[in-house]
Design a protein around this ligand. Structure first.
Ligand SMILES: C[S@@+](CC[C@H](N)C(=O)[O-])C[C@H]1O[C@@H](n2cnc3c(N)ncnc32)[C@H](O)[C@@H]1O
Length: 335
Protein backbone atom coordinates (compact mmCIF):
# COMPACT_ATOMS: atom_id res chain seq x y z
CA UNK A 1 0.00 0.00 0.00
CA UNK A 2 1.43 3.35 -1.00
CA UNK A 3 0.79 6.81 0.43
CA UNK A 4 1.85 10.40 -0.18
CA UNK A 5 2.71 12.76 2.68
CA UNK A 6 1.61 16.36 1.95
CA UNK A 7 2.49 19.31 4.22
CA UNK A 8 4.75 16.70 5.76
CA UNK A 9 6.48 18.88 8.38
CA UNK A 10 9.01 16.60 10.07
CA UNK A 11 7.10 13.46 9.15
CA UNK A 12 4.69 12.58 11.97
CA UNK A 13 2.21 11.07 9.52
CA UNK A 14 4.93 9.16 7.75
CA UNK A 15 6.04 7.45 10.94
CA UNK A 16 2.53 6.30 11.83
CA UNK A 17 1.84 4.92 8.36
CA UNK A 18 5.26 3.31 7.93
CA UNK A 19 4.83 1.52 11.25
CA UNK A 20 1.80 -0.20 9.74
CA UNK A 21 3.75 -1.20 6.64
CA UNK A 22 2.59 1.53 4.22
CA UNK A 23 5.19 2.86 1.77
CA UNK A 24 5.70 6.59 1.25
CA UNK A 25 6.16 7.42 -2.46
CA UNK A 26 6.07 11.24 -2.34
CA UNK A 27 6.26 14.02 0.22
CA UNK A 28 5.94 17.79 0.10
CA UNK A 29 6.93 20.52 2.58
CA UNK A 30 7.76 24.16 1.90
CA UNK A 31 9.85 24.87 5.01
CA UNK A 32 13.52 24.15 4.34
CA UNK A 33 14.34 23.43 8.00
CA UNK A 34 11.57 20.80 8.18
CA UNK A 35 12.83 19.36 4.90
CA UNK A 36 16.32 19.00 6.42
CA UNK A 37 14.96 17.08 9.41
CA UNK A 38 12.83 14.95 7.11
CA UNK A 39 15.85 14.06 4.97
CA UNK A 40 17.94 13.18 8.04
CA UNK A 41 15.30 10.77 9.28
CA UNK A 42 13.72 9.30 6.16
CA UNK A 43 16.48 9.67 3.58
CA UNK A 44 14.56 11.73 1.02
CA UNK A 45 13.97 15.43 0.54
CA UNK A 46 10.32 16.50 0.19
CA UNK A 47 9.17 18.48 -2.84
CA UNK A 48 8.82 22.13 -1.72
CA UNK A 49 5.66 24.05 -2.69
CA UNK A 50 2.44 22.07 -3.17
CA UNK A 51 1.25 24.73 -5.63
CA UNK A 52 3.96 23.63 -8.06
CA UNK A 53 3.06 19.92 -8.08
CA UNK A 54 1.78 18.54 -11.36
CA UNK A 55 -0.50 15.69 -10.16
CA UNK A 56 -0.20 13.86 -13.48
CA UNK A 57 3.49 13.30 -12.83
CA UNK A 58 2.94 11.65 -9.43
CA UNK A 59 3.38 7.90 -9.01
CA UNK A 60 0.07 6.15 -8.21
CA UNK A 61 -0.77 5.75 -4.52
CA UNK A 62 -3.60 4.41 -2.34
CA UNK A 63 -3.68 6.96 0.45
CA UNK A 64 -3.14 10.71 0.67
CA UNK A 65 -2.32 12.19 4.08
CA UNK A 66 -2.07 15.91 4.88
CA UNK A 67 -1.82 18.03 8.03
CA UNK A 68 -2.69 21.12 6.03
CA UNK A 69 -2.61 24.79 7.10
CA UNK A 70 -6.07 26.16 7.82
CA UNK A 71 -7.16 29.09 5.64
CA UNK A 72 -10.64 30.58 5.35
CA UNK A 73 -12.58 30.01 2.15
CA UNK A 74 -14.33 32.83 0.42
CA UNK A 75 -17.84 31.54 -0.04
CA UNK A 76 -19.90 34.71 -0.31
CA UNK A 77 -22.98 33.96 -2.32
CA UNK A 78 -21.54 30.84 -3.89
CA UNK A 79 -22.50 27.21 -3.61
CA UNK A 80 -20.39 25.32 -1.10
CA UNK A 81 -17.92 22.93 -2.62
CA UNK A 82 -14.90 22.31 -4.77
CA UNK A 83 -15.23 25.53 -6.79
CA UNK A 84 -15.11 27.57 -3.60
CA UNK A 85 -11.73 26.25 -2.52
CA UNK A 86 -9.82 28.07 -5.25
CA UNK A 87 -7.01 30.17 -3.86
CA UNK A 88 -6.53 28.00 -0.78
CA UNK A 89 -3.97 25.29 -0.16
CA UNK A 90 -6.85 22.84 0.30
CA UNK A 91 -7.58 23.38 -3.40
CA UNK A 92 -4.11 22.02 -4.19
CA UNK A 93 -4.89 18.86 -2.22
CA UNK A 94 -8.18 18.55 -4.15
CA UNK A 95 -6.40 18.95 -7.50
CA UNK A 96 -4.24 15.92 -6.65
CA UNK A 97 -7.24 13.91 -5.40
CA UNK A 98 -9.21 14.70 -8.53
CA UNK A 99 -6.55 13.32 -10.83
CA UNK A 100 -5.13 10.48 -8.71
CA UNK A 101 -8.33 9.28 -7.00
CA UNK A 102 -6.70 7.56 -3.99
CA UNK A 103 -8.80 5.06 -1.99
CA UNK A 104 -8.44 7.06 1.23
CA UNK A 105 -7.66 10.67 2.18
CA UNK A 106 -6.67 11.53 5.76
CA UNK A 107 -6.62 15.22 6.73
CA UNK A 108 -5.59 16.59 10.11
CA UNK A 109 -6.07 20.04 11.56
CA UNK A 110 -6.59 21.96 14.79
CA UNK A 111 -9.83 21.31 16.67
CA UNK A 112 -10.90 24.88 16.00
CA UNK A 113 -11.37 24.06 12.30
CA UNK A 114 -14.91 23.03 13.25
CA UNK A 115 -15.72 26.65 14.16
CA UNK A 116 -13.41 28.30 11.63
CA UNK A 117 -15.24 30.96 9.60
CA UNK A 118 -18.48 30.05 11.45
CA UNK A 119 -18.26 26.41 10.33
CA UNK A 120 -17.98 27.26 6.62
CA UNK A 121 -14.44 26.01 6.22
CA UNK A 122 -15.33 22.50 7.36
CA UNK A 123 -18.52 22.54 5.29
CA UNK A 124 -16.58 23.41 2.15
CA UNK A 125 -13.96 20.75 2.86
CA UNK A 126 -16.62 18.05 3.25
CA UNK A 127 -18.63 19.20 0.23
CA UNK A 128 -15.50 19.29 -1.93
CA UNK A 129 -14.45 15.77 -0.97
CA UNK A 130 -17.97 14.50 -1.60
CA UNK A 131 -17.96 16.23 -4.97
CA UNK A 132 -14.76 14.34 -5.77
CA UNK A 133 -16.53 11.02 -5.12
CA UNK A 134 -15.82 10.26 -1.47
CA UNK A 135 -17.75 9.38 1.68
CA UNK A 136 -16.54 11.72 4.42
CA UNK A 137 -16.43 11.35 8.17
CA UNK A 138 -14.59 13.36 10.83
CA UNK A 139 -13.86 13.25 14.53
CA UNK A 140 -11.88 15.10 17.16
CA UNK A 141 -9.30 12.70 18.54
CA UNK A 142 -7.26 13.27 21.70
CA UNK A 143 -3.67 12.02 22.01
CA UNK A 144 -4.30 11.05 25.64
CA UNK A 145 -6.69 8.30 24.44
CA UNK A 146 -3.94 6.72 22.36
CA UNK A 147 -1.36 5.91 25.03
CA UNK A 148 0.26 9.37 25.16
CA UNK A 149 0.24 11.63 28.25
CA UNK A 150 -0.73 14.80 26.36
CA UNK A 151 -4.13 16.49 26.12
CA UNK A 152 -4.00 17.25 22.41
CA UNK A 153 -7.25 17.47 20.48
CA UNK A 154 -7.10 17.47 16.70
CA UNK A 155 -9.72 17.02 14.02
CA UNK A 156 -9.22 14.11 11.62
CA UNK A 157 -11.24 14.19 8.41
CA UNK A 158 -11.22 10.89 6.55
CA UNK A 159 -12.57 10.50 3.03
CA UNK A 160 -13.02 7.03 1.60
CA UNK A 161 -14.20 5.45 -1.62
CA UNK A 162 -17.20 3.34 -0.65
CA UNK A 163 -18.30 3.13 2.97
CA UNK A 164 -17.55 5.79 5.56
CA UNK A 165 -14.56 5.40 7.84
CA UNK A 166 -15.83 4.17 11.20
CA UNK A 167 -14.04 6.09 13.97
CA UNK A 168 -15.61 3.98 16.69
CA UNK A 169 -13.39 1.08 15.63
CA UNK A 170 -10.30 2.95 16.88
CA UNK A 171 -9.29 1.42 20.19
CA UNK A 172 -8.88 3.99 22.92
CA UNK A 173 -6.72 3.46 25.99
CA UNK A 174 -6.86 4.80 29.54
CA UNK A 175 -4.69 7.99 29.65
CA UNK A 176 -1.19 7.36 31.01
CA UNK A 177 0.52 9.73 33.45
CA UNK A 178 3.10 12.27 32.38
CA UNK A 179 5.65 10.71 34.76
CA UNK A 180 5.84 7.63 32.51
CA UNK A 181 7.31 9.80 29.73
CA UNK A 182 10.06 11.49 31.70
CA UNK A 183 13.78 10.97 32.05
CA UNK A 184 14.90 10.29 35.61
CA UNK A 185 18.28 11.88 35.17
CA UNK A 186 19.59 14.63 32.94
CA UNK A 187 20.74 18.21 32.82
CA UNK A 188 17.39 19.58 33.99
CA UNK A 189 16.45 23.26 34.27
CA UNK A 190 15.11 23.31 37.83
CA UNK A 191 13.13 26.27 39.20
CA UNK A 192 14.11 27.75 42.53
CA UNK A 193 11.29 27.67 45.09
CA UNK A 194 11.17 31.48 45.05
CA UNK A 195 10.23 31.36 41.36
CA UNK A 196 6.88 29.60 41.72
CA UNK A 197 3.84 29.20 43.95
CA UNK A 198 2.02 25.94 44.55
CA UNK A 199 -1.73 26.02 45.23
CA UNK A 200 -3.17 24.33 48.31
CA UNK A 201 -5.66 21.89 46.85
CA UNK A 202 -4.72 20.72 43.36
CA UNK A 203 -7.15 18.42 41.65
CA UNK A 204 -7.41 16.59 38.40
CA UNK A 205 -9.42 18.44 35.75
CA UNK A 206 -11.74 16.62 33.34
CA UNK A 207 -9.08 17.05 30.69
CA UNK A 208 -6.70 14.94 32.79
CA UNK A 209 -4.48 17.93 33.64
CA UNK A 210 -3.47 18.47 37.26
CA UNK A 211 -2.88 22.21 37.76
CA UNK A 212 -0.60 22.56 40.79
CA UNK A 213 0.75 26.08 40.66
CA UNK A 214 2.22 28.88 38.63
CA UNK A 215 5.46 30.63 37.96
CA UNK A 216 5.56 33.92 39.86
CA UNK A 217 6.76 35.82 36.82
CA UNK A 218 3.95 37.49 34.91
CA UNK A 219 1.03 36.52 37.13
CA UNK A 220 -1.76 39.04 37.43
CA UNK A 221 -1.68 40.08 41.04
CA UNK A 222 -4.41 42.67 41.10
CA UNK A 223 -7.98 41.56 41.62
CA UNK A 224 -7.14 37.97 42.45
CA UNK A 225 -9.15 36.70 45.39
CA UNK A 226 -7.61 34.09 47.71
CA UNK A 227 -8.31 30.50 46.57
CA UNK A 228 -9.16 31.52 43.02
CA UNK A 229 -5.61 31.06 41.78
CA UNK A 230 -6.58 27.93 39.87
CA UNK A 231 -9.01 29.85 37.67
CA UNK A 232 -7.68 29.91 34.17
CA UNK A 233 -7.79 33.63 33.50
CA UNK A 234 -5.65 34.43 36.52
CA UNK A 235 -2.51 32.81 35.21
CA UNK A 236 -1.43 33.10 31.66
CA UNK A 237 -1.08 29.66 30.12
CA UNK A 238 2.73 29.71 29.84
CA UNK A 239 3.06 30.31 33.55
CA UNK A 240 1.00 27.38 34.71
CA UNK A 241 2.64 24.35 36.22
CA UNK A 242 1.11 20.89 35.92
CA UNK A 243 1.84 17.79 37.96
CA UNK A 244 3.34 14.65 36.48
CA UNK A 245 0.39 12.77 38.02
CA UNK A 246 -1.80 13.97 35.15
CA UNK A 247 -1.31 14.52 31.44
CA UNK A 248 0.56 17.42 29.84
CA UNK A 249 -1.27 20.31 28.12
CA UNK A 250 -1.08 20.63 24.33
CA UNK A 251 2.43 21.27 23.08
CA UNK A 252 1.78 24.33 20.89
CA UNK A 253 3.25 25.10 17.50
CA UNK A 254 4.26 28.70 18.10
CA UNK A 255 6.61 27.76 20.90
CA UNK A 256 10.32 28.37 20.58
CA UNK A 257 11.55 28.46 24.16
CA UNK A 258 10.08 25.31 25.70
CA UNK A 259 8.21 27.08 28.44
CA UNK A 260 6.65 23.94 29.90
CA UNK A 261 7.28 23.40 33.58
CA UNK A 262 6.24 20.29 35.45
CA UNK A 263 5.93 19.41 39.12
CA UNK A 264 7.33 16.16 40.52
CA UNK A 265 5.65 15.70 43.95
CA UNK A 266 7.99 13.04 45.39
CA UNK A 267 10.98 15.34 44.82
CA UNK A 268 9.01 18.52 45.54
CA UNK A 269 10.61 19.88 42.39
CA UNK A 270 9.53 22.04 39.45
CA UNK A 271 11.57 21.60 36.30
CA UNK A 272 11.33 22.30 32.61
CA UNK A 273 10.18 19.57 30.25
CA UNK A 274 13.13 18.72 28.00
CA UNK A 275 13.01 18.73 24.22
CA UNK A 276 13.53 14.97 24.19
CA UNK A 277 10.49 14.57 26.47
CA UNK A 278 8.43 16.79 24.12
CA UNK A 279 9.27 14.48 21.21
CA UNK A 280 8.33 11.49 23.35
CA UNK A 281 4.98 13.17 24.15
CA UNK A 282 4.28 13.25 20.41
CA UNK A 283 5.12 9.56 20.08
CA UNK A 284 8.36 10.15 18.16
CA UNK A 285 11.04 7.44 18.45
CA UNK A 286 14.00 7.86 20.79
CA UNK A 287 16.47 7.94 17.90
CA UNK A 288 14.62 10.69 15.96
CA UNK A 289 17.11 13.28 14.75
CA UNK A 290 15.79 16.76 15.57
CA UNK A 291 16.94 20.11 14.14
CA UNK A 292 20.24 21.44 15.60
CA UNK A 293 18.58 24.56 17.11
CA UNK A 294 16.32 23.97 20.12
CA UNK A 295 14.01 26.89 19.25
CA UNK A 296 13.31 25.53 15.80
CA UNK A 297 12.85 22.01 17.16
CA UNK A 298 10.25 23.11 19.71
CA UNK A 299 8.31 24.76 16.88
CA UNK A 300 8.57 21.75 14.60
CA UNK A 301 7.41 19.22 17.17
CA UNK A 302 4.49 21.44 18.25
CA UNK A 303 3.41 21.66 14.61
CA UNK A 304 3.54 17.94 14.13
CA UNK A 305 0.99 15.22 14.59
CA UNK A 306 0.87 12.68 17.41
CA UNK A 307 2.28 9.46 15.92
CA UNK A 308 0.22 6.83 17.84
CA UNK A 309 -3.04 8.57 16.81
CA UNK A 310 -1.99 8.42 13.17
CA UNK A 311 -0.80 4.84 13.56
CA UNK A 312 -4.19 3.80 14.97
CA UNK A 313 -5.86 5.32 11.89
CA UNK A 314 -3.36 3.62 9.56
CA UNK A 315 -4.05 0.28 11.27
CA UNK A 316 -7.78 0.70 10.83
CA UNK A 317 -7.36 1.66 7.16
CA UNK A 318 -5.28 -1.46 6.65
CA UNK A 319 -8.00 -3.50 8.38
CA UNK A 320 -10.57 -1.95 6.04
CA UNK A 321 -8.53 -2.88 2.98
CA UNK A 322 -8.03 -6.43 4.25
CA UNK A 323 -11.73 -6.90 4.94
CA UNK A 324 -12.61 -5.66 1.46
CA UNK A 325 -10.13 -8.11 -0.10
CA UNK A 326 -11.63 -10.98 1.95
CA UNK A 327 -15.17 -10.08 0.93
CA UNK A 328 -14.17 -9.60 -2.71
CA UNK A 329 -15.51 -6.05 -2.73
CA UNK A 330 -13.29 -3.62 -4.60
CA UNK A 331 -13.83 -0.59 -2.39
CA UNK A 332 -12.41 -0.64 1.11
CA UNK A 333 -14.89 -1.70 3.78
CA UNK A 334 -14.71 0.66 6.73
CA UNK A 335 -17.72 -0.56 8.63
C1 LIG B 1 0.49 21.71 10.52
S1 LIG B 1 2.00 21.51 9.71
C2 LIG B 1 2.00 19.78 9.37
C3 LIG B 1 3.03 19.04 10.16
C4 LIG B 1 3.16 17.55 9.90
N1 LIG B 1 1.91 16.85 9.97
C5 LIG B 1 4.19 16.89 10.83
O1 LIG B 1 4.00 15.77 11.25
O2 LIG B 1 5.20 17.53 11.16
C6 LIG B 1 1.68 22.25 8.14
C7 LIG B 1 2.91 22.29 7.25
O3 LIG B 1 2.55 22.80 5.96
C8 LIG B 1 3.69 23.43 5.43
N2 LIG B 1 3.28 24.27 4.28
C9 LIG B 1 2.65 25.48 4.29
N3 LIG B 1 2.45 25.93 3.04
C10 LIG B 1 2.94 24.98 2.20
C11 LIG B 1 3.01 24.88 0.78
N4 LIG B 1 2.55 25.85 -0.01
N5 LIG B 1 3.56 23.76 0.24
C12 LIG B 1 4.04 22.79 1.05
N6 LIG B 1 4.01 22.83 2.40
C13 LIG B 1 3.47 23.92 2.98
C14 LIG B 1 4.22 24.22 6.62
O4 LIG B 1 5.57 24.58 6.44
C15 LIG B 1 3.99 23.23 7.77
O5 LIG B 1 5.15 22.48 8.05
Amino acid sequence: MKFIDLFSGIGGFRQGFEKQGFKCVFSCEINSKCREVYRENFGDVPFADIIKINPVELEDFDILVAGFPCQPFSICGKKLGFEDTRGTLFFDICKIIKIKQPQVVVLENVKHLIHHDKGNTLKVIIASLEYLGYSVNYKILNAKDFGIAQHRERIFIIATKGKEFNFSRLKSKFPPQLREFLDETGDFEILDKSEYTLIDYPRKQDSGLVFVGYRNKGTWKTGVRPNTEHLSRVHRQPNRIYSVDGVHPTIPSQETSGRFFIYIPEQDMVRKLTLKECYRLMGFPEDFKSYPSAGESYKQIGNSVCVPVVEAIAKEILGGFNRSVLSGVFNADFI
